[in-house]
Structures are given as C-alpha cells and as structure tokens.
Design a protein around this ligand. Structure first.
Ligand SMILES: [Zn+2]
Length: 64
C-alpha cells in the first residue's frame, strides 16, 4: 500500500471545498431562476410531450 502523499490529501480537500463552494453558487443561481419563473408571464412553446416557456425556459410536462 502506498501512502497518499500530503499533497494529494490537500488537493482532495481543496477540490471538495471547491465543489461545495460551486454547489452553493449553483443553488443561488437556481433560486434566481425559480424567482424569475415565478414572476414570468409564460409564453409556452409546445414540443413533444412537454412545453417550454420561451422567456424563462420553464418546462412543464403535458399529460394527455
Ligand atoms: Zn416563463
């Protein structure tokens, strides 16, 4: 068994922190999108099986 080098360990914890940081950013961005979608007066474009708002890109599944 080869011991993982300190550098590798540091790199992994750095990368994990970076992932968590980016996840937080993604959450904030998704929150912003959902706020926009809540306020949007949707204009839907129907595609097969679902429809998508041309303004905010909200997607809704169409049930037949
Ligand atoms: Zn919309």
């Amino acid at each position: 068994m080869v011991q993982p080098s300190i550098n590798k360990v540091k790199q992994v914890s750095y990368l994990k922190e970076e992932i968590n940081r980016l996840k937080n950013i993604i959450e904030q961005l998704e929150e912003q999108i959902s706020q926009i979608q809540i306020q949007c007066k949707h204009i839907f474009l129907e595609v097969e099986g679902f429809r998508k708002c041309t303004k905010c890109h909200k997607v809704e599944v169409i049930y037949y």
